[in-house]
Design a protein around this ligand. Structure first.
Ligand code: C5P
Length: 233
């Protein structure tokens, strides 16, 4: 089995990100670069992490007109990332444009096509937030609806909360990759993640990849924390 741990490099500077990446690289399968680090350090941080030989998940959650998203995806492919995110609420045309751009740019540049992951309903949203913006207020139903739309639009993976993995596995084709944040080992102080599973529970429920931030980077010894999580699987 490949190492399914994606460590979130949720730190504000390139120097901190590279030091963390170097420390934990042997114990994780990939690194996630999100908005905080990308806006501060720019595409150069993606190149520098890729230069260490590690895989990168670029989590910028694109949501725009299809042409703009397709071009942003093409730029991400040229940065040679292995995974990236878009919002499924951008609709089927936007998702198809993103997937097509990933495949075309990869073949034009001789790279592997990155996994374009669809984000369904943000875990910060509840029935009130969905009703407020005119959506189906049942969060579970809205997640399933967007997940099916994503698969019909050609996406090969989704980001979902750990508590959605089991129900999505029942309705999606088995080759769809599910990437889940909200992982807690029980050892860390409580924080803003409310609906969590342990790494082992999430894998047993059917996750393909685990996005883990604070339980690794905020641990006293991040390398040891990552190794312990890997052993627990
Ligand atoms: O520190 P923690 O393990 O909570 O980090 C989880 C990572 O996954 C963060 O980078 C966070 O932005 C991201 N994420 C999340 N919940 C989502 C989507 C992404 O926690 N629904």
């Amino acid at each position: 089995m490949q190492n399914p741990i994606i460590a979130a490099l949720d730190v504000p500077t390139a120097e901190q990100a590279l030091a963390l990446a170097q420390q934990i690289a042997p114990a994780v399968g990939a690194f996630k670069i999100g908005k905080e680090l990308f806006v501060a350090a720019g595409p150069d941080i993606v190149r520098r992490v890729r230069d260490t030989g590690a895989s990168v998940f670029l989590d910028l959650k694109f949501h725009d007109i299809p042409n703009t998203v397709a071009k942003a995806v093409a730029s991400a492919v040229r940065l040679n990332v292995q995974m990236l995110t878009i919002h499924t609420s951008g609709g089927s045309e936007m998702m198809r444009a993103a997937e097509q751009s990933a495949q075309q740019t990869a073949s034009q540049t001789g790279r592997n096509t990155p996994l374009v992951l669809g984000v369904t309903v943000l875990t910060s949203h509840d029935a009130n937030t969905l009703a407020e913006i005119g959506c189906e207020p049942n969060v579970g139903k809205q997640v399933e609806r967007l997940a099916q739309l994503a698969v019909h639009s050609g996406l090969r993976g989704l980001v979902c909360s750990p508590l959605e993995i089991a129900s999505l596995r029942q309705i999606l084709p088995p080759d769809i990759q599910l990437v889940t944040p909200g992982i807690r080992t029980g050892a860390e102080k409580s924080d803003d993640q409310k609906r969590t599973l342990t790494p082992r529970e999430a894998m047993q429920a059917g996750a393909s990849w685990l996005v883990i931030g604070r339980p690794i980077y905020a641990a006293e010894n991040p390398r040891a924390a990552a190794e312990k999580i890997l052993e627990s699987l």
